[in-house]
Structures are given as structure tokens and as C-alpha cells.
Design a protein around this ligand. Sequence first.
Ligand code: PLP
Length: 389
Amino acid sequence: MPTLSKRITGIMPSGKDGWEVHFAALTRKQAGEDILMLSVGDHDFDTPAGTVAACVQALERGHHHYIQLAGLPRLRAALAKLSTDCTRLETTPEELIVTQGGQGALFAACQGALDPGDHAILIAPYYATYPGTVRAAGASFTEIEASAERGFEPDPEMIAAAVQPETRMILINSPNNPTGAVYSRETVEAIADICRRHDLWLLSDEVYWTLRGSREHISPRALPGMKDRSLVVNSLSKSHAMTGWRIGWLTGPADFIRHLVSLNIVSSYGMADFVSHAAAEAVEKAYGVAEIAARYRDRRRAFLDAIRHINGVAARGSEGGMYVMLDISAVEPDCEAFAWELLEAEKVAVLPGTSFGAAGGHVRISLCQEEPVLREAAARIGRFIAGRT
Ligand code: PLP
């Protein structure tokens, strides 16, 4: 076989994707074992019936063809309104492009803003694809740790100190995967200020914005002087329970977005016609949005309540999104060992924090299960820990 490009082999240099515990657990569950899967960030329920019906109708009406490369105009218009709500800044359809999920938007943003040799700043723990997405643009990155002691909010002074002459971008994510942290206004303002001072892009991943619990969602795009340097990643995957439909979008300056159309031409050649019609209706009618947000809020409360009495674990800064980051350092600093042993002893699948760039001693719990399952998982975790201490 002739050689592969350095670009492709450089995306995941370790060859490990961090999902080893999840896939081992999945194989055993599919073989019939009673394993509680708290390892994956996909809903345990299906897409709302209204969205499914809209898709069937779109198919029956002949929406089977190529569509505009920046996205179906009806969908772009609906997403512009949704972005206006999310960022609290008036957004026009020309300021966004529809992508293959939120991941497509992250990829497009990095391709559009970073050149080989450029540098980006990531906040750890982070969504596991961030390093590879930056590397795919040929750029390098520095990780700034958002510590559990600070409720997983980053220290802006540490970010400012990491800026180099090659730095072009800071990437933030609130509500956060994997920690559940929802950044305060002060934190977002301080990071925006660094971007203004050093002429940087601020890539803000807001895919969990509807799952913000009782907190206010702050998008940097609406802050003074930030409209032309903010790139906002969004998606219907979590908010509208549409993970498998692959509808995301990137909001940014109209000129930046215009250039990204060329990326769609050479990659996806646009989105699926009937899916785009269904997605437009899902957004226009807000199918499921309030119920999904309420469901995750209740699940978070139920899980946090259930683990409160377990000696040796803590969950700090857990306020939004679909996850809880559990501090197990008092029991076992090696979180990979903890995850494998928990799977073996109690048949609960969680992911080690190190899969998300976290310091050791944490595991990520996904709330994508009904409350009784979450309570049962908490009881099994408690029993596992009691057996070790
Ligand atoms: N950003 C974050 C923080 C995520 O957690 C995810 C998915 O889990 C994505 C982006 C990608 O979303 P999508 O499934 O729409 O590609």
C-alpha cells in the first residue's frame, strides 16, 4: 500500500479514541449482560414524533434532490431565528451555514480559521474530538486546565498567559461536555476580552445551550466587539433529540460563512433535502425542546441526589448539559483502572476523565438513562466504592 498522508495519520496520533470501555461494555450488553450504560452521550429516547412525521411527508412530497450548498433556505431562516434566541444577537440566514452535525461545524470553523503552523487554546476537560479537529487543520494547541475546584470554569489569566504569536483561536464549550459546567458571564467576558486584545477567533460550542438548567446561557457573540470574531457551533442533536439526523450549523461573520460554502462543495455537497425540510419544521415548531430540557434537569437532580451520600466521591460544577463529572480521586486516582474495575465488579459503564483531557481521578457519567437506572447505577457505584475502602 502506498503511504497515507501525514494529515490523516496526525489526527489521532495515539491511535486510541478513549471509547474502549464503552465499546467493551456495549459488546457485553449486546450479548445479554445486565450492564448499565452511562458511557454514551446519545439519548435513550427517539426523535419527537412531529419531526419524524415531517420527514416522512418531505419524502412523500418529492424532496429527494440536491439543495443549496449553504443549506435549505427554509432551514437557514429557521436556524437564524434560533441563533438569535441562543446568542441574543440578531442573526441573519447569511451568517450561518448548515453542516453535518455540530462536529461538521467544528470542522468547518477550524478549517476556515486555522492554517498549518497556527496555534489554538483548548480548555480541558473538553469534548473528545477537539484535539483531532484542530490537528486536522494542521494547527497545534495548548490545553488549559479548568479545575474541579473552580467548578470546571477556566481561569482567564491562565488562558491569557498561554497566548503565543501563532495563536489564532480559543475554543470554549458551555454548557460543557464532559463536566456539566455552565460558564458565568464574567468568565465569558474575560475570555472575549483576551480575544479582542490579541485579535483571536473565539470558537464557542453551544450545542447544549437548551440544557442549561437554571443558569443563564452566555454567548460571546452578543458581547461588545465580538460579532466579527465569534464562531458559534450549534446542533439539533441534543436540543431536538436528532443525533442521527446530522444537522448542525456554524454562525459567524457573513464573509467567513460565504467562504465555507466551498468546503461544503468539496466535502458533503450539501445536506439531505428531506432531512432539511424535517429539521426546519422541528425548529419552527420547537418539537420536544422544552420536554427534553426538563427531562435532563430532573435526571441530573436525581443522580446528584443519589450520589450525595456516597463517601469518597464528589460532583462539582454540575449544572447543565447531559453529563456529571464524578471526582473519584479519594478512592482511585487512576480513572481508567476505576472505569474498567467498575465495569467488571458492578456492570456499570462510565468513561475515564482522561478520555476528555481531564486530570486523573474523574469519570464521566452520562445522564442518557431513565431516573430509576441512574439511581440503580449510583447504588452500584456506592457498593463498589464501599467494597474498596
Ligand atoms: N460539541 C459537543 C460539546 C458535543 O458533546 C458534541 C456531541 O456529543 C458535538 C459537539 C457534536 O455534536 P453532533 O452530534 O451534532 O455532531
